[in-house]
Design a protein around this ligand. Structure first.
Ligand SMILES: [Zn+2]
Length: 54
């Protein structure tokens, strides 16, 4: 259980979406400095998709 939870957390916590161009920016720790595509600095966290068993 813990492993799966951790995997899910890892999958989503370090993924940011650029609010300018919607590009996915993965970052090891914290927010990325700038978008890899447009260089924008506005990000939001990627949201978890709903799964069968929450
Ligand atoms: Zn961007």
């Amino acid at each position: 259980m813990a492993d799966m939870h951790e995997a899910i957390a890892r999958r989503f916590t370090n993924v940011y979406i650029c609010q300018t161009c919607n590009a996915t920016n993965r970052c090891g720790s914290g927010k990325p400095n700038k978008c890899r595509k447009c260089g924008g600095k506005r990000f939001r966290l990627k949201k978890k998709k709903r799964k069968s068993a929450a």
